[in-house]
Design a protein around this ligand. Structure first.
Ligand code: 5GP
Length: 127
């Protein structure tokens, strides 16, 4: 699938430095920052630096280096948060809301890392 990318979206503006963010990590291929409206004690957004609308765009069209770099950045943030259960952390949840069904607000791929408390079941009961 080829998506058109709207480079006026808020995360594109953060990447260009036009809007500030509370930076958690920056690498060659990824930027991580705290969500402006946190829904858990830990709520970090990780975005690729490339212009990808969502996860399937990224998985299909990003270079191997971008895919590795993005995933390594997610791992680094989880380590920074001391959230990995194998290291005694409480655990965490990764979310990538996509499109209408996923209720995606910002059309630049972002993975939410949520944690710091028990988050409850993933979805409310089916309606
Ligand atoms: P979505 O619904 O697209 O998965 O999530 C977008 C997220 O971006 C929301 O959790 C929202 O709070 C966050 N967000 C929106 N605008 C900004 C901003 O200007 N700065 C930061 N740090 N987060 C933002």
């Amino acid at each position: 699938m080829a998506y058109s990318y709207d480079d006026t979206n808020i995360f594109a503006r953060i990447l260009r430095g036009e809007i500030p963010c509370s930076k958690v990590l920056e690498t060659e291929h990824a930027l991580a920052f705290n969500d402006i409206a946190p829904q858990a004690p830990h709520h970090v957004l990780v975005i690729p630096k490339g212009a990808y609308v969502n996860y399937d765009d990224f998985a299909s069209n990003a270079t191997d280096a971008e895919i590795i770099g993005f995933n390594r950045a997610i791992g680094e943030v989880i380590a920074q948060l001391n959230a990995a259960p194998g290291d005694g952390g409480l655990g965490y949840r990764l979310v990538a809301n996509t499109g209408e069904a996923g209720v995606q607000d910002v059309p630049h791929l972002h993975v939410h890392i949520l944690g710091g408390r028990v988050l409850g079941r993933m979805l409310p009961a089916a309606q």
